[in-house]
Design a binder for this molecule. Sequence first.
Ligand code: TPP
Ligand code: MG
Length: 324
Amino acid sequence: MYAGAHQRCWVHLLRLLHALKETYAGETAVVAWAQAVRAVYDASQAWVQQEERTRAERETQYVQRVEAIRTFYTERPFLSIAQYSLVDRQFAPDLELVGDVSATLEALQGKVVVHHTWPPDAPGAFRRRLAAFLTPSADQSALGLSPARVFGRLRSLVPRDTILSVDTGAHKLLIGQVWPSYEPLTYLVSHGLSTMGYALPAAMAVKLEHPHRPVVAVVGDGGLAMVLPELETAVRLHLPVVVLVLSDRSLYLIRMHQERKGVQATGVDFGPIDFAGIAPGFGARGARAGTWAEFDDAVTAALKEDRPTVIEVPVDPVDYRKML
Ligand SMILES: Cc1ncc(C[n+]2csc(CCOP(=O)(O)OP(=O)(O)O)c2C)c(N)n1
Ligand SMILES: [Mg+2]
């Protein structure tokens, strides 16, 4: 904005200068003055260009989306058929068909001849490669359980029609890759703007809508600390949601961003929060799952409860480093 206004002023001044030079051609004082103004103009141009460069650098450095820890890439050309355009700074499909999805598919019917060139085992091979990449090196460590295993275990303990809400952080990026959903609208997540503190109120809203279906909120310790008082609402409204909090004592996604940018991790770590101890203060149940047996018991018991349960799981964030 400022650079634009600045530019327009200079254009007026240069025009004026040109008119003066025409009128007073040959008068030394006017020519010297014109040269001085020209020099200031050139200096100001350099300044405007530097400003533009700094602004562009600032944008690429800081105006990133939270998830964009690595550049998004696809190995194959990517066609998107969706109601909205998916184009974003980090990501652009090769071809987009934007509009009502059913109408688009109907319009395409019979018109597209697919030449399938993938070898028959390609999807299977890809799945195996992905599974190998997402296999944690250890089940647990002195720091806590493996988050990838926690998600796998949770999936095997809760019924297929469970509705899951997921908060924002490293845990979201990992669970998004390992959690199989069996029905539409059973995996709820705040993507794009990615607000923290989403999963607990989302789970409560879902439980109001579907009182007889199991509802689980998966949250980071930072995210739950932001919205903890909502537990009082959940208790008062008799919403027996299961809140699984992954305690890595850090805003871990931000820590990873900082480390990958080569700066020292700052302002991201905090002490362990006694979520299991705090929950009863709101009238909810609290459980701490430091072992796999405790985890199984806590989840199984929470599903039978008639009030909310907070299950605090100390985790070792090494999975995040390896898999994200
Ligand atoms: C309201 C809000 N504030 C800040 C952020 C930026 N942010 C994204 S992830 C994150 C850290 C999340 O920490 P935690 O909840 O502990 O999850 P973890 O990454 O440790 O799994 C932050 C601060 C955000 N997305 N939303
Ligand atoms: Mg955390």
